[in-house]
Design a protein around this ligand. Structure first.
Ligand code: SIN
Length: 329
């Protein structure tokens, strides 16, 4: 697919793509979120595509917060509503890109593309991957017919529903799990392999709720493992019983295999459920989904990873829904 006369807005949030190191050989000892998005955009061009840049934040994405998500959702929503805008690119750190992608997927009722991109090497590296990733993301954002929240890294296009970081160091750090990548970008051309993601039915309602909220309801993730104990869950239940401000409202349990829990964790989880805390099970496995089985005491979150399930749960709570069972649409 070739692009002409497109207009793409690039929103900067920080990350290694905007990172600086004192030494070009150092791909670890750098500070993320140092370079402004206008400077990053100034380094790339795509024929036939006009670019505009806007700084939303400039952080290391390990420190991502709801206030930035809310601002980002608002700016994406604003820009995609402009007739002349073909799509939006978001520059982001790799570490929580999958959470931001899933959050935006959950709250943006999109008919245009919002493409997150990133880098594994700082902008000051001998061979930075950021400019190529940014250029590829712009190609996707400008591609006729493209839509939905997407992630672009190392030439692969991922759906915002599927994308996850799978490597700590390599430039090809992302995967779409069992579903596989949505497409590729090769020599400035998008090759689409499967359908664009559809926003969930509740996206518009979620967006309204997010834009009006000061915070998301608190959701936590705990992992089940050999020798696990339910004491942490009991502590959260006590906090809630004491009426503490910001007490937990939802709990995602990253279980073993098909979402199974150490019996100590499982027993405490039932006490949490009894205390009014929503509890969903996910899996620690890198691939696969939690399949339901007759007699399950706690619902599984299906294909959602633990961090995705937490986002889905907090949004369901924010919408005021009964979040005891995940809505998997
Ligand atoms: C970050 O997530 O902001 C730092 C790490 C990275 O972008 O690779």
């Amino acid at each position: 697919m070739k692009t002409t006369n497109a207009h793409v807005v690039v929103l900067g949030t920080g990350g290694t793509i905007a990172g600086r190191a004192a030494d070009a050989a150092d791909a670890l000892g750098y500070v993320a979120g140092q370079i402004g998005v206008r400077e990053l955009v100034g380094q790339v061009s795509v024929p036939g595509v006009a670019l505009r840049a806007e700084q939303v934040a400039n952080v290391d994405s390990k420190d991502m917060e709801f206030a930035i998500w809310r601002e980002l959702a608002g700016r994406c929503s604003h820009w995609v509503a402009q007739d002349e805008v073909s799509g939006v690119v978001v520059t982001h750190g790799t570490d929580t890109l999958e959470e931001t992608a899933f959050f935006l997927h959950s709250v943006l009722p999109l008919q245009k593309p919002v493409v997150l991109t990133c880098a594994m090497r700082p902008a000051t590296a001998f061979a930075p991957d950021g400019p190529q990733n940014l250029r590829d993301a712009i190609v996707v954002a400008a591609a006729p017919g493209a839509r939905g929240v997407l992630g672009v890294c190392a030439g692969a296009v991922h759906s915002g529903e599927d994308v996850r970081k799978v490597h700590t160091y390599r430039v090809n750090a992302f995967s779409s799990g069992d579903n596989g990548a949505l497409g590729d970008v090769e020599e400035g051309r998008l090759r689409q392999l499967r359908a664009w993601p559809d926003p969930p039915a509740a996206a518009a309602t979620s967006l309204r709720a997010v834009l009006a909220a000061d915070a998301l309801p608190r959701g936590e993730i705990l992992t089940s493992h050999a020798g696990a104990r339910g004491a942490m869950i009991d502590m959260l239940v006590r906090e809630r019983a004491a009426g503490s401000e910001g007490a937990v409202q939802g709990l995602v349990l990253a279980g073993t295999g098909n979402g199974t829990l150490h019996h100590s964790v499982g027993e405490a989880a039932l006490r949490a459920l009894e205390a009014g805390i929503a509890v969903w099970r996910t899996t620690r496995c890198a691939n696969g989904r939690v399949l339901p089985h007759a007699g399950d005491a706690l619902p599984g979150a299906g294909p959602l990873t633990s961090v995705q399930a937490r986002v889905a749960m907090m949004l369901a709570l924010l919408r005021g829904e009964d979040a005891r069972v995940p809505r998997l649409t």
